[in-house]
Design a protein around this ligand. Structure first.
Ligand code: PGA
Length: 237
């Protein structure tokens, strides 16, 4: 819930004007209110998506928006299960599974977010915690449905805290996630899935994080609010 409309518009325009490698896929996920204008502004050079959506098709769900409503303004990707949705808005694994299923049914793209809170990492249970999140909401998909999907690993203790996972911690978790997909599906599916790192990724640490073999990109919060630092992160990839 950052930036007023004119600021968001300027941010998108400055990203468009900036120097970006043509082989890096750039997306922005603004406040829903701005999605339609910003996606027109972005002229398909960068993809614009929503931070959240409702799994129901239509009806009396005041304050919510459905996938088909989002699609009707030309937007075709959304986040599912950002840690703030889970922690602040009490979205459960079962709720997120419904969103995954609704997205698959509509052919709507999504980035599925997972990650452990601090107390789980301190107790040494981060792998089983993240695996359980994926099993509860995502790993029921078929190979065809999971193929080319996007997962974002975002340790909750690193989001908005300035405390980044080390590149080793990120790589270890990403490698685990890929190995679970290999076990459950196949190496082909595991290699087709992009695994992004999120949590205090910035223009100083992005290069090292993105150099990890299993880190396929980033989900950037605070450091993407200024075009200059976001462009540096894009170029670090
Ligand atoms: P951050 O946020 O980069 O500010 O830590 C990441 C996120 O909210 O996904």
């Amino acid at each position: 819930m950052n930036l007023q409309f004119e600021e968001g518009k300027a941010l998108v325009n400055n990203i468009l004007k900036g120097n970006r490698p043509s082989d890096v896929n750039v997306m922005v996920f603004p406040t829903s209110l701005y999605v339609q204008s910003l996606s027109q502004e972005a002229k398909k050079e960068i993809t614009v998506g929503v931070q959240n959506f409702n799994a129901n098709e239509k009806g009396a769900f005041t304050g919510e928006m459905s996938i088909s409503q989002v699609e009707s303004v030309g937007v075709s990707i959304g986040l599912i299960g950002h840690s703030e949705r889970r922690a602040i808005f009490n979205e459960t694994d079962a709720d997120l599974k419904l969103k995954v299923d609704a997205a698959i049914e509509k052919g709507f793209n999504f980035i599925f977010c997972c990650g452990e809170p601090l107390e789980v990492r301190e107790a040494g249970n981060e792998y089983s915690f993240v695996k359980a999140q994926l099993e509860a909401s995502l790993f029921h998909l078929s190979s065809d449905e999971l193929k080319n999907g996007i997962i974002a690993y975002e340790p909750v203790w690193a989001i908005g805290t300035g405390k980044t996972a080390t590149s080793q911690q990120a790589e270890e978790m990403h490698a685990e996630i890929r190995s679970w997909i290999t076990e459950k599906y196949s190496a082909e599916i595991a290699n087709s899935v992009s695994i992004l790192y999120g949590g205090s990724c910035n223009n100083k640490n992005a290069k090292e994080l993105f150099a990890c073999p299993n880190v396929d990109g980033g989900l950037i919060g605070g450091a993407a609010l200024k075009a200059e630092s976001f462009l540096e992160i894009i170029n670090a990839f």
